[in-house]
Ligand binder design. Structure first.
Ligand SMILES: Cc1cc2nc3c(=O)[nH]c(=O)nc-3n(C[C@H](O)[C@H](O)[C@H](O)COP(=O)(O)OP(=O)(O)OC[C@H]3O[C@@H](n4cnc5c(N)ncnc54)[C@H](O)[C@@H]3O)c2cc1C
Length: 366
């Protein structure tokens, strides 16, 4: 019954499409772009999503979705399709230093844990089912993203170097990893690495790393060696019997972790294209979905001729800046402390004396 109704949706939305509505063009078919496309199609708006890559594909991501984005998925009719793909509910988390368990706790709300390989593919399929025009392997030029009716959902902004450091991310799926909580966060010097239980009896290992910008010819460790953490560490020992699925390995460099504001920009941005929250929080995917959700009604009004483009861009930017500023501030402080040689040991000591610090910080960043 459910699938019959679903297969009728494209025709229904076609009938609902108002031919006089201005089409919306979304550059970038990650979580933000696809969810926005799905929601606009449900409102009968003609939408094209142009995506530089194709589906399915592996992406650098902790694959731990926590925060209001899960509710956005539910309201958008996309939670059940993701559960059908094998998404798990993560209920517990633990933080580790190199050698010690710092704190483990039950999450206040369960997190959704599913590979991006499956998540993005499910969203892309739903968008097409709803009559959306999805162009894969199509890169939109910067100039073309300036036009009215075009939304930038192209993911992170690039920053080659930041205060003498280069930031990069790595990920790989593994089997036979000794995971003790649904999410483990290992806080190492110059890196943090998350291990998250996902579908198909896998664990996703994903980390944020920094290296000095002037490292020159120094011999580099392989991605797998980096993701195992410092030799002798708790994380390293947990990976001793692990089977690394190298076909899932991927990397991303030039990460810009500075908070950005929508009002500082003349174009319409959502998701990481607007601002990236430090990945430690496990809230980036949620922000991508929440920003798509917040953009739906202003874009519908624009498409239906009720507002102009400048007003639409302003409304979306103001909404998102207001919605995200608190958690970006908290996440920035925590990120800075973790990478500061002085603040890091202090944070760990405070965390030992007052264990609720970890769950408090977790709550403040979503
Ligand atoms: C190391 C690391 C770990 C992370 N872990 C987590 C986590 O556990 N939980 C969490 O919630 N978040 C996590 N995140 C953040 C999360 O991955 C992002 O916040 C999320 O993917 C943002 O979604 P998006 O749609 O804005 O961007 P993306 O998912 O990056 O999608 C952007 C899309 O735009 C396409 N594109 C780019 N340029 C163009 C162009 N010119 N034309 C057309 N298409 C284009 C790209 O191919 C891509 O498909 C992590 C990030 C990193 C770096």
């Amino acid at each position: 019954m459910g699938s019959t109704l679903f297969s009728l949706l494209p025709r229904f939305t076609e009938l609902m499409s108002d031919s006089s509505a201005t089409p919306i063009h979304i550059a970038g078919g990650g979580l933000a772009g696809l969810l926005l496309g799905i929601r606009l199609r449900r409102d009968g708006i003609p939408v094209t999503v142009s995506e530089a890559g194709s589906y399915p594909r592996h992406r650098v991501c902790g694959e731990f979705m926590s925060g209001a984005g899960v509710d956005v998925l539910r309201r958008s009719g996309m939670l059940d399709p993701l559960l059908d793909r094998g998404a798990l509910w993560g209920k517990s988390a633990a933080f580790y230093s190199e050698h010690d368990l710092l704190q483990s706790f039950e999450l206040p709300e369960p997190a959704l844990c599913l590979s991006r390989h499956a998540t993005d593919d499910a969203l892309a399929g739903a968008f097409r089912q709803l009559g959306g025009n999805l162009q894969e392997k199509t890169r939109v030029r910067d100039d073309d993203m300036e036009s009215p009716g075009t939304v930038r959902a192209i993911g992170r902004r690039r920053l080659a170097e930041d205060g003498g450091w280069k930031w990069f991310g790595l990920k790989i799926h593994v089997r036979d990893f000794e995971i003790e909580s649904d999410l483990e966060m290992h806080l190492h010097r110059d890196a943090y690495i998350g291990a998250c239980r996902i579908e198909d009896d896998r664990v996703n290992l994903c980390g944020l790393f920094r290296s000095p910008a002037n490292e020159g010819g120094k011999k580099k460790l392989s991605p797998v060696d980096l993701l195992r953490g410092l030799p002798g560490s708790k994380l390293f020992r947990k990976t001793e019997r692990a089977n690394f699925l190298t076909e899932t390995q991927c990397a991303v460099a030039g990460l810009d972790l500075h908070p950005r504001k929508g009002v500082d920009d003349a174009c319409c941005r959502i998701g990481d294209a607007l601002t990236m929250i430090p990945p430690l929080t496990g809230n980036g995917m949620s922000m991508a979905l929440e920003s798509a959700d917040a953009a739906v009604s202003p874009l519908c009004e624009f498409s239906n001729g009720e507002t102009g483009w400048e007003e639409t861009v302003d409304t979306i930017a103001n909404r998102l800046d207001h919605q995200f500023s608190g958690r970006l501030t908290w996440a920035g402080r925590i990120q800075q402390s973790l990478f500061s040689p002085l603040a890091r040991p202090l944070l760990f000591s405070i965390g030992k004396m007052f264990p609720s610090v970890w769950s408090y910080g977790f709550g403040k960043t979503r």
